[in-house]
Design a protein around this ligand. Structure first.
Ligand code: P6P
Length: 334
């Protein structure tokens, strides 16, 4: 059976579905190629000397894993020379990364979490790379890009995607015409289209949340989860299953493939923090994909992609997945 590669898919997207600008096509091909290189490093584990801590902290004050730094470098190097970007931003870097003057600048801004869930790497559990694409403001071509240029709400994203490094290495992306999944064919070294127009299967009673924070959640979240836990004996009159992988990419991938709901809501451990996950390069790109697949993505009740960012590394509460379940939870907040 003839399977399409990523390149053929992008050529067809350019021709058929969406006027996929050539710089955006190049951006996606380059990020996809960088994800292949990251996959090779992730898969080496101890054999590649890539496990453990790098020995520094990132802007979040979290210990950087060696792979965080390796993957970040891969994405920076891969994207500097192509002429498709005006600048980049990453969970691993305090400030934005400008394109060196020796290279031409392009019209896009790329944001990424180079390895999401990186503590999973040391124990051979799935991790991923998340990316989000915005347009640089029109007037940015004549001046230096600033952090302010990145602070656009998620509805301005022109593309988003992730790679998940698990039993298979998969790339899931959208350019606004639905969600497409590619699987890495290691013999050919190419991304092969394996699912088109993913839609979140409705009605899968499966929730993903870190239960150890239960006593710190807001009351509506506690009641929603308690009702799920009550199963067929409770008001939902059906049993639920629970999954929590410690990597948002792996949990969201499962939800895109078989349904369910993902929650990392605000909790009272640090009341001033709106949530643990980051808006610009975790919540927004995942919200883009979830909505493209027919789901819903809110911070408690407000649509994540409508939030006006105040800072590059700001955090946000995250509830996303099956549209019906997200709406059900929102009713607990009202
Ligand atoms: P906890 C990984 O560190 C991450 O940012 C997400 O990928 C994941 O869903 C979450 O944090 C796990 O957080 O508190 O359960 O360890």
């Amino acid at each position: 059976m003839h399977r399409k590669t990523l390149t053929q898919f992008l050529v067809e997207q350019q021709r058929r579905e969406a006027a996929l600008p050539s710089q955006l096509r190049l951006l996606i091909e380059i990020v996809a190629r960088a994800c292949k290189a990251i996959s090779i490093s992730v898969n080496k584990g101890s054999l590649g000397g890539v496990l453990g801590d790098f020995g520094s902290e990132n802007v979040q004050g979290e210990a950087q894993k060696k792979l965080d730094v390796i993957a970040n470098e891969r994405l920076l190097e891969a994207n500097e020379w192509g002429g498709h970007l005006a600048a980049m931003a990453s969970e691993e870097m305090e400030t934005i990364h400008l394109i060196p003057n020796r290279y031409p600048k392009g019209e896009y801004l790329l944001l990424f979490d180079p390895i999401d869930g990186s503590s999973n790497v040391d124990v051979n559990l799935s991790v991923g790379t998340i990316f989000s694409v915005l347009r640089a403001p029109a007037d940015a071509s004549g001046r230096e890009v600033t952090e302010q240029d990145f602070l656009q709400s998620g509805r301005h994203q022109v593309a988003a995607g992730y790679a998940v490094f698990g039993p298979q290495t998969s790339l899931v992306l959208s350019v606004g015409t639905g969600v497409y999944e590619f699987t890495l064919d290691r013999e050919m070294g190419s991304w092969v289209l394996t699912q088109e127009r993913l839609r979140i299967p409705a009605g899968n009673r499966e929730f993903a949340i870190n239960m150890s924070n239960e006593r710190h959640w807001a009351e509506p979240v506690r009641r929603y989860i308690a009702d799920c836990m009550a199963g067929s004996d409770g008001p939902r009159k059906t049993n639920f299953n629970m999954r929590w992988t410690g990597s948002m990419v792996a949990d969201i991938h499962r939800i895109l493939k078989r349904g369910g709901i993902f929650l990392y809501p605000w909790d009272g451990r640090d009341p001033a923090k709106p949530g643990k996950l980051r808006l610009m390069y975790e919540a927004n790109p995942m919200a883009y994909l979830i909505e493209q697949a027919g789901g819903k993505a809110v911070d408690n009740t407000k649509r994540i992609m409508d939030l006006e960012p105040q800072g590059l590394h700001q955090r946000v509460g995250v509830i996303m997945g099956d549209r019906g379940e997200v709406e059900q939870l929102s009713r607990y907040f009202r």
